[in-house]
Write a protein that binds this ligand. Structure first.
Ligand SMILES: [Zn+2]
Length: 252
C-alpha cells in the first residue's frame, strides 16, 4: 500500500514529465516555425509524419524495377566484362532535369544528407518486401576521398547505405578507403573513366572480409567504372560476393 507521500511524489513526477514533454513539443513547433521543413522537390511544408519528402512527391518518384530481374537487366549488361557481375539494382531511373537528378543534386551539393538516408530507407523497405533480406551481411558505400568528404561534410553514398542498412536490418560498415583524389568523371569517355579509377580503392587496414556477402552502394551508376573498381577491391580482399545498388541509374 502506498502512502500519501509516495502518491504525491508520483503525481509530481508525472506532472514534471508532462510539462517537460509539452515544452519539447512547443520548442519543436517553434523551431518548425523559424526553420520550416519543406519537401526538397515541391517545396511544400512537410507534415509531422513526413521525414524528408512529401507523400505526393514520394509517389511521383521515377522508380525503376531493376530488382525484379537483378541478375539480368540493362545495368548488369553494362557491367559485363568489367567485373564478375552478380546482382545490380538501382532505386530510380535517372533522367536529366527530372526528379531523380533534382534530388541527387540537392543531396550532393545543397547540404541535404537526409535525402540520401530517406531514399535508402524507402528502397530498403521495397527490397525487404521483395525477399532480399538475408542476402547480405553488410552494406558498404563507395568512399569519397577524405578531402572531398571534409569539404562536403558527408558522403552522399554513405547516407543512402545507412538508410538501406536500417530498413534491411543489416550493419553498415566502412570497409574501403579511397587513396587517390580523382577528377570528376562527368566529362570523361568510358575508357578515361576506367583508367581514372584504376587502383583508387583499398581495403581499410586490418579489416577481414573473407566470405562476406556485401551490398556495395553508390549514388549513381552511369558507366559503372567507379563501382566496378570498388567492387574489385572487395572481391580481391576475399569477399564472397558483391552486389551493387545505386540511388539512380541511366544515361545522362
Ligand atoms: Zn513534395
Amino acid at each position: 500500500m502506498q502512502s500519501n507521500g509516495q502518491i504525491y511524489g508520483l503525481y509530481i513526477h508525472w506532472r514534471l514529465t508532462y510539462l517537460l514533454a509539452m515544452q519539447l513539443f512547443f520548442w519543436k513547433d517553434f523551431l518548425d516555425l523559424i526553420f520550416p521543413r519543406n519537401c526538397p522537390l515541391c517545396k511544400q511544408a512537410l507534415f509531422e509524419f513526413e521525414a524528408c519528402l512529401c507523400t505526393v512527391c514520394k509517389g511521383l518518384l521515377p522508380r525503376a524495377n531493376f530488382h525484379l530481374r537483378p541478375f539480368d537487366n540493362e545495368l548488369t549488361c553494362k557491367l559485363q566484362g568489367l567485373m564478375p557481375v552478380n546482382r545490380v539494382i538501382a532505386f530510380l531511373h535517372f533522367s536529366k532535369k527530372g526528379r531523380s537528378q533534382n534530388l541527387l543534386h540537392q543531396l550532393k551539393y545543397k547540404n541535404q544528407p537526409e535525402i540520401g538516408e530517406e531514399l535508402g530507407r524507402m528502397y530498403g523497405s521495397i527490397l525487404d518486401l521483395n525477399g532480399f533480406s538475408g542476402l547480405w551481411d553488410v552494406v558498404v558505400a563507395v568512399p569519397l576521398h577524405p578531402l572531398k568528404k571534409a569539404r562536403r561534410g558527408y558522403n552522399q553514398s554513405e547516407c543512402f547505405g545507412r538508410g538501406l542498412s536500417k530498413s534491411l536490418g543489416i550493419p553498415y560498415s566502412e570497409l574501403l578507403v579511397r587513396r587517390k583524389f580523382t577528377d570528376t568523371q562527368t566529362n570523361k569517355s568510358r575508357l578515361q573513366r576506367l583508367t581514372n579509377v584504376e587502383n583508387v580503392f583499398e581495403l581499410q587496414p586490418s579489416v577481414t572480409i573473407q566470405e562476406l556477402r556485401i551490398l556495395l552502394v553508390d549514388d549513381i551508376l552511369t558507366t559503372g567504372a567507379t563501382l566496378c573498381a570498388a567492387a574489385t577491391a572487395l572481391l580481391e580482399g576475399g569477399a564472397k560476393l558483391v552486389d551493387l545498388a545505386t540511388i539512380a541509374a541511366g544515361g545522362r
